[in-house]
Unconditional design. Structure first.
Ligand SMILES: Nc1ncnc2c1ncn2[C@@H]1O[C@H](COP(=O)(O)OP(=O)(O)OP(=O)(O)O)[C@@H](O)[C@H]1O
Length: 243
């Protein structure tokens, strides 16, 4: 059976002045999977998200999504094609209600307020935020704000959802609720790529993991294989632990 590739980066390099944040990064995201993107601080994970979502353009290399070259497309066009992302620091509009925030995403697919509102209400239900629909976003708890980030992205009806540390900083029980939501997102047919630091949470959740280190791909494979990889162990813990 051939693998259905939804997203592919081909030899993507991104420089910031003299610093190479991503160097010749080639990754493939399979349609329907949950892929974990992991690596130590400064490995280049957020940069790769920014390159995929269109916040940055690569210095060299190319990016293909759903059968077309998107390397030069602006972020809004990529969103329209089905790429949505969350941010490490939630970017919701604090003076707007939760429903209004999610409607902003809904307008990507729906021209009328009525249709965007209906779509947003469905997303609030899906993400367990219905109770907070009328709450000002600034009054939400930190875990609710994280959930709202996911809801805003889902309201754009993506094919690919990029989650940037949505489980970081949550208590174990809050993180477990987040894990359940991510599984439901995948079960709804949306491919997920997630950057996360908490290995105990990520590894049981993801189908595959890709490890970045110093801007390059260090390893990729099943979670079990990746955590046993000596290069990965040494990148995380220092070479003396790798043997
Ligand atoms: N806009 C920018 N301008 C200059 N340097 C940047 C910029 N964005 C990222 N970098 C640098 O690129 C490198 C990779 O950063 P990036 O944020 O992609 O790593 P990361 O793996 O997401 O790290 P973390 O886990 O700490 O969030 C770092 O050295 C960082 O300082």
């Amino acid at each position: 059976m051939s693998i259905d590739i939804l997203l592919e980066t081909i030899d993507v390099t991104r420089r910031f002045g003299g610093l190479v944040a991503n160097r010749d990064v080639s990754i493939r995201v399979h349609r329907g999977e949950i892929l974990g993107l992991i690596g130590p601080n400064g490995a280049g994970k957020s940069t790769l998200f920014n390159l995929i979502a269109g916040a940055y353009l690569p210095t060299s290399g190319s990016i293909r999504f759903d059968g077309r070259d998107i390397t030069e497309l602006p972020a809004t066009r990529r969103c329209a094609l089905g790429i949505a992302r969350t941010y490490q620091v939630p970017r919701s509009f604090d003076s707007m209600t939760v429903l209004e925030n999610v409607m902003v995403g809904g307008f990507v697919r729906h021209a009328s307020s009525k249709a965007a509102r209906l779509a947003a209400l469905q997303v609030l239900d899906f993400t367990g935020l219905s109770r907070t629909a009328g709450t000002l976003t600034g009054e939400l708890t930190p875990p609710e704000k994280r959930r709202l980030e996911v809801a805003r992205a889902l309201a754009t009806e993506p094919k690919l959802l990029l989650l940037d540390e949505v489980l970081t900083g949550l208590t174990p029980s809050e993180a477990q609720l987040g894990v359940e939501l991510i599984r439901r997102v995948r079960d709804a047919g949306i491919t997920v790529v997630m950057v996360e630091h908490v290995m105990q949470i990520v590894m049981p959740l993801v189908d595959r993991a890709i490890v970045l280190n110093l801007g390059t791909v260090l390893a990729s494979g099943s979670p079990a294989d990746v955590v046993r990889d000596p290069a990965v162990i040494s990148a995380y813990l220092g070479t003396r632990h790798a043997a």
